[in-house]
Design a binder for this molecule. Sequence first.
Ligand code: FE2
Length: 378
Amino acid sequence: METLELKQPIGAESATEDFLPLNGTDYIELYVGNARQSAHYFQTAFGFQPVAHAGLSTGLRDRESYVVQQDKIRLVLTSPLHGDTDIGRHLDQHGDGVRVVALWVDDARRAFDETISRGATPYMEPKREQDEHGYVVRSGIYTYGDTVHVFVERTGYEGVFLPGYEPWSPTYHPAGVGLKYVDHMVGNVGWHEMNQWMTFYHDVMGFQQLVSFDDKDISTDYTALMSKVMSNGNGRVKFPINEPAEGKKKSQIEEYLDFYGGPGIQHIAVATDHIVETVLALRDRGVEFLTVPTTYYENLSDRIGKIDEEIDMLRSLGILVDRDDEGYLLQIFTKPICPRPTLFFEIIQRKGARSFGKGNFKALFEAIEREQALRGTL
Ligand code: FE2
């Protein structure tokens, strides 16, 4: 149990202007082997709604993208249309995974200038895109691995997604499952690279550190990692960063790095106001979750205190609970959503707590180790 503390005193810095004001996460773009089928999966299994499409029918020749959305969470699923493309090379290297974490800004040119002047590597020069619904300005920078941040300025735009996309309105509309917004997105980086990327988010993007773990906090008999959380000024964008640490056997972070072929996004945490209903719906639709031993629930009331939910229900679904000084949170983690043991989702409900479930890390890692043992990669 730990208070949410800003590691660097924020007073001095908050007096100065936030040079990279962010309104939130704009979209997350995944490069996938089959965007059409991935879109169907996110509609059917996770309750996303179809929004927009770009491809041959909109004049693209090299790629096809489907955009799906649930409340504020917007996913773009992109596949190449022929061989020898950058998207195809990304897929060959990483498998299905997150290429773009797009951030919603009021001024994409300024976001680019401010971050480049602080040392960011350019990915996309500021670009104004226009159609009959208005214009957007986008720019982009590289972060860890092949992952990029794109800054999206859309105050001048009223179309479905971005210029170049057409509305996508199939008759198939499975109901949502109550997912509301991106709570945080976790990156795995290489051995001893965590501090370098903390520094990047602090110096280049103006983020602050929230909570620190050390490897003793979150090591099990076999696996270990280090994790720190960076947040932007208004707290709407939070990026925990993990690096592997030495354990008796292979760290789950190292397993990720091996299969992803380097650093990248490990999980996307999405928030709900009703985790029991959300998880029941996701299970009905075929989403598979990591389970913890039922012993986890035996002394849960002693550890957590009084909560609104029925412990029997949490046990039957495998939902985890953690408490900090401000309240508690409920969370559960899916199994990887692609063939490689890389990207997965977290479902989280916050009831006051602003931390990330540190008290559950050990139970979670032991669950992951059981999966690793089944995969023979422990
Ligand atoms: Fe998380």
